[in-house]
Write a protein that binds this ligand. Structure first.
Ligand code: DQA
Length: 147
């Protein structure tokens, strides 16, 4: 089973970007942890990041062709990108939206995600552990269990 992890703008700066909000892990470390956790759990995890909206849309469309689950942190695009939202709605593959920070507890403009209504669900506020939680959820739904 294949899971694509797609990260949006500025997440390439994790580790040095506002660590008091996003934690100290680099994106490379988060990706390595996700790939290792996937391997232990029968999931092939592939990781992508872009600072560009169209590239995020391309990744989602490509994942829609080859992946069984998508884990997406759309970063700032969560709050206003109809293009990213439409890409998520367009693919048949389920998408789990992940945020490192608790977006509901931050600036008002971060409270709303335009992606959330078309995602399978959202994990927010658990730092880099959120990606592993999302992999657990993907595993759960891929292998069937309580729905
Ligand atoms: C974020 C939250 C967004 O509001 C912000 O723009 C990000 C990161 C998070 O992971 O907490 O870039 O998606």
């Amino acid at each position: 089973m294949k899971v694509w992890v797609i990260n949006g703008p500025n997440l390439n700066l994790l580790g040095t970007r506002e660590p008091e909000i996003y934690g100290g892990d680099t994106l490379q470390k988060i990706n390595e942890q996700a790939m290792a956790y996937g391997e232990k759990n029968g999931l092939t995890v592939e990781c992508f990041q872009s600072n560009h909206e169209g590239e995020i849309v391309d990744f989602i469309q490509q994942a829609g062709e080859v992946a069984d689950f998508i884990i997406l942190n759309p970063a700032a695009y969560s709050h206003y990108s109809i293009a990213v939202r439409d890409a998520v709605a367009a693919v048949a593959v389920p998408v789990i939206e992940v945020h490192l920070s608790n977006i509901a507890a931050r600036d008002e403009f971060r409270h709303h995600s335009v992606v959330a209504p078309v995602a399978k669900g959202q994990i927010s506020g658990f730092g880099s552990y959120g990606y592993l939680m999302a992999l657990d959820a993907a595993k759960h739904f891929l292998w069937g269990g309580l729905k």
